[in-house]
Write a protein of this length. Structure first.
Length: 316
């Protein structure tokens, strides 16, 4: 279903003369690890498979290998990485565009996609324009590799539009853009051709976030979490959050962690956590933590620096 470009991988390793490489794959491609390792090692190259979870290009590691083959994500342009080959694993299947695509869209339409489907944007754009619609595809900031691409933590390619069409699967990426734009967001599954909107999921997430914020309003002791992962470390966000907590007359501690999980936070006797790593930790996994897990923008609401009506999605 996804093109792993294994010939390109082998050519890159051999042309650079690497004798050892690490291979990193997201969960959806992990079943291909042995096949990839067998192919590379057949050329006399030592292969280490990175077994820890991989959340994106923000999460690369080599484990003492000379180079890294990172599958499933695009490079983050602003992130300097030496001896890393990104295999974006784009779908090799034909797109299924329903004839009534666009019926829920209006005005100027912004097109968005994850890396697996970003190459399908021109085809969808042409289809919508053939229906008389005005379609825009914007280039994001320096964390975004391609026009129209969105990350779970970055929706800067969602430029000015009246409604948006997201090409992909799952909810997290389009939800990030929907929270950021506060505009109608329709999801097109390019394989099945099914469409749906994110309103119900967005409202459910907002109710959970409101509950987390309310439960943290009486907190006196906060733990600010700073992630050591390459593309998730936000020292300024951690320092800014800690200062706001101190200025509000409350107690704050800062912890540096590589992998953030409920078990690793159990020992810290605090009333609430402030996560400056991937926003998905608070959005997807908050119910797993024994204390409210907040994002920096949510901390502002807890401390009375912003109102709930000004709620915004955390982004990197």
């Amino acid at each position: 279903m996804f093109d792993l470009k294994l010939n390109e991988v082998v050519d890159w390793i051999r042309s650079n003369g690497f004798s050892s490489v690490a291979v990193q794959l997201p969960e959806g491609l992990r079943s291909k690890a042995m096949e990839i390792a067998d192919l590379i090692s057949s050329f006399g190259v030592s292969v280490t498979i990175i077994g820890d979870p991989c959340y994106g290009a923000c999460d690369i590691r080599m484990d003492n290998a000379q180079a890294l083959i990172h599958f499933g994500h695009s490079a983050i342009p602003s992130q300097n990485t030496k001896n890393v080959l990104y295999i974006e694993a784009r779908t090799d299947r034909d797109i299924n565009i329903p004839e009534d695509l666009g019926k829920e869209l209006f005005g100027t339409v912004g097109l968005l996609a994850t890396i697996q489907y970003v190459h399908l944007i021109p085809q969808v754009k042409e289809f919508l324009e053939s229906k008389g619609m005005t379609v825009k595809v914007y280039k994001g900031d320096d964390r975004i590799a391609y026009p129209g691409q969105v990350l779970g933590c970055n929706h800067s390619s969602a430029g000015p539009a009246d409604s948006y069409l997201f090409i992909g699967e799952g909810d997290f990426h389009p939800l990030a853009a929907a929270f950021g734009t506060k505009k109608k967001m329709i999801i097109l599954n390019p394989i099945s051709g099914e469409t749906r909107n994110v309103d119900e999921v967005r409202d459910r997430i907002l109710r959970k976030r409101f509950a987390a914020i309310q439960s943290a309003k009486e907190a006196q002791r906060f733990l600010v979490i700073l992630c050591s992962k390459t593309g998730q470390r936000r020292d300024s966000a951690a320092k800014d959050s800690a200062k706001k907590i101190i200025d509000s007359g409350k107690k704050v501690y800062t912890v540096v962690m590589d992998e953030i999980s409920p078990d690793r936070l159990l020992s810290y006797d605090v009333d609430a956590y402030v996560n400056t790593a991937c926003p998905r930790i608070a959005m997807d996994d908050s119910v797993r933590y024994r204390r409210p897990m907040l994002t920096p923008p949510e901390l502002d609401i807890v401390l009375g620096l912003k109102e709930w009506d000004d709620y915004s999605f955390d982004s990197i």
